[in-house]
Structures are given as structure tokens and as C-alpha cells.
Design a protein around this ligand. Structure first.
Ligand code: GUN
Length: 281
């Protein structure tokens, strides 16, 4: 049976490092989270992010706007916040209402304040090997694997899913760790053959229990990034029976989830240091 690799203890180690580093600073890094509308999942995620930031000793504020806020008004607000000297990190919670082009919003945030790592400049830096701010969930997955002593160098990794938030940036980060990376997706032919090649399989498709035991190599490490609410339960992308084949498996909830918030906190500290200490432009 697979070992269950929880994210909580790993997130706690990240928080401990952040507390230590914050206490040595002569300023308080400042995170702002913007939310539009009242989508229950967004309300809960944003509350969690702001609360954790304050708990660690950051300054943290949430700005809430009505769902009908015009795109231009949001963009203007972002331009003002880009110029605000005290502000280190700015995040606009996704998904956005359909009248707002997410791309324009993400491109409006100053790259040095982009704690989500979604700005094209940061995406470019991720792929070109430079320093920058990179997406939190992929960073959290790498941190979790390292905590559990997985050596990524030369490993055969298959990522299921090609989203801009998880699959694509994770592929870039894994290449930086010298892994051999395949990104599989809904159009991939002979998918079980592809996923069975993986020594490390990462599922980020958002389809409950999509990964079944016959898709997994004996002894593989399986990371479950999916979280889908089904009635009152949260289900991952990985079928529970995969635990009979894998050597290790991250749970849902309680696996990758806590790591995303932890890496957002780490990114906020990094953003503060990059911007205030003179960073690559
Ligand atoms: N919605 C779901 N995941 C994310 C994320 O990582 N960042 C933002 N801003 N919104 C999200």
C-alpha cells in the first residue's frame, strides 16, 4: 500500500522558514488580494490566503468588488496598486466574471508584484531559466516532492493536464530540476500507455477519480492536484484504488492544497525582497 504524503507538515516547515525570515526584516511585506463577486469557493480561498498572511506577520488586505465591476475600472485600480510603494504582492482571484478578460487583468499586474506568477514576463522567466515569481501550486508540488526526498533529476515525470495554472508551469519547473517531462491531456492518444511510463505521475485534470490503477506503474509516486466538489465531498483526480499500486500518494484534501497557500506566502516574501533589493527588470 502507498505511503500517504500529506502537505500539512511540509507547509508548516515553509511557514517556519518564513517566520524566521520575516523577523529579520526591517519592514513588513504587504499582500493585497482582489476578489470580484461572491463565488463561494473564491470567498473561502481568499479568506484563507489573507488570514494565513496575517498570522505569519505580513500586512494583508482584501478588496472586494461587485461582480459587475467594469473591466476598465479594475485595470485602473491595478495600475494604482502597481505604483503603491508599500505594496509588495497583488493577486486577483480567478475565475473572473465573463465580461472581464482575465488575460488583460493578469498582464496589468506589475511582474514584480505578481505573486501568482501568471504575468507573461514571469512565464518567460520560468521557461528561460531566469529569476522571477512562479505559480504557487507547481512550486508547492516540487517542494512537497523534495520534502519527501524524491530526487527529480533524470526521472520520468508525466503531468496529466495542461492548464496555465498547473500543468504548463509545472512542466517548466520540472525541466529546471532536470526531470524528463511529458505533458498529457484530453487529446493524448493511448493515454494509459503514456501514464504507465511515469515514475512520478501528477494528475491535474479536475475529473474526479480519473486516474485508475491500470494507468499507474507499480511503485510510482502519484501526486493528486484535482479537487472537485461532489455533493458535500471533495474528490481528487486519483481513484482510491491507485493506493494499491503506487508507492506514495498525496491525499485530497490535505495534500497539494495546503502547499499552494504556503507557496503564495513564500512568493509574497520573495516579491518583497526582489522589488525592494533591486530585481531583474
Ligand atoms: N483560482 C484557482 N487557483 C488560483 C490561483 O492559483 N490564483 C488565483 N489568483 N486564482 C486562482
Amino acid at each position: 500500500m502507498a505511503e500517504i504524503w500529506k502537505g500539512g507538515p511540509v507547509a508548516e516547515a515553509v511557514y517556519q522558514e518564513i517566520r524566521t525570515r520575516l523577523s529579520a526584516l526591517d519592514f513588513v511585506p504587504y499582500l493585497k488580494v482582489i476578489r470580484l463577486g461572491e463565488d463561494p469557493a473564491s470567498v473561502s480561498y481568499v479568506r484563507l490566503k489573507a488570514k494565513k498572511a496575517r498570522e505569519l506577520g505580513f500586512r494583508s488586505e482584501v478588496e472586494v468588488y461587485p461582480e459587475a465591476l467594469p473591466e476598465e475600472v479594475l485595470l485602473e485600480r491595478i495600475r494604482i496598486l502597481n505604483e503603491e510603494k508599500e505594496l509588495d504582492g497583488l493577486l486577483v482571484q480567478l475565475p473572473l466574471p465573463s465580461h472581464i478578460r482575465a488575460e488583460r487583468v493578469l498582464e496589468a499586474i506589475h511582474p514584480l508584484k505578481d505573486v501568482d506568477g501568471f504575468h507573461p514576463v514571469n512565464v518567460g522567466r520560468l521557461w528561460s531559466g531566469g529569476e522571477g515569481l512562479f505559480p504557487c501550486t507547481p512550486l508547492g508540488i516540487i517542494r512537497l516532492l523534495k520534502h519527501y526526498k524524491v530526487d527529480l533529476k533524470g526521472k520520468e515525470v508525466v503531468i496529466l493536464g495542461r492548464s496555465n495554472i498547473v500543468g504548463k508551469p509545472l512542466a517548466g519547473l520540472l525541466l529546471r530540476e532536470d526531470a524528463t517531462v511529458t505533458v498529457a491531456h484530453s487529446k493524448t492518444a493511448r493515454l494509459p500507455e503514456v501514464t504507465r511510463r511515469a515514475e512520478i505521475l501528477i494528475a491535474a485534470v479536475g475529473r474526479p477519480h480519473f486516474v485508475r490503477p491500470e494507468m499507474v506503474q507499480e511503485g510510482a509516486v502519484v501526486v493528486d492536484v484535482g479537487v472537485t466538489r461532489v455533493e458535500d465531498r471533495l474528490l481528487g483526480d486519483v481513484h482510491p484504488k491507485v493506493a494499491e499500486v503506487a508507492s506514495a500518494l498525496t491525499p485530497v484534501p490535505g495534500g497539494v492544497g495546503p502547499m499552494t497557500v504556503a507557496m503564495l506566502m513564500a512568493n509574497t516574501l520573495k516579491a518583497a525582497l526582489l522589488r525592494r533589493n533591486g530585481a531583474p527588470r
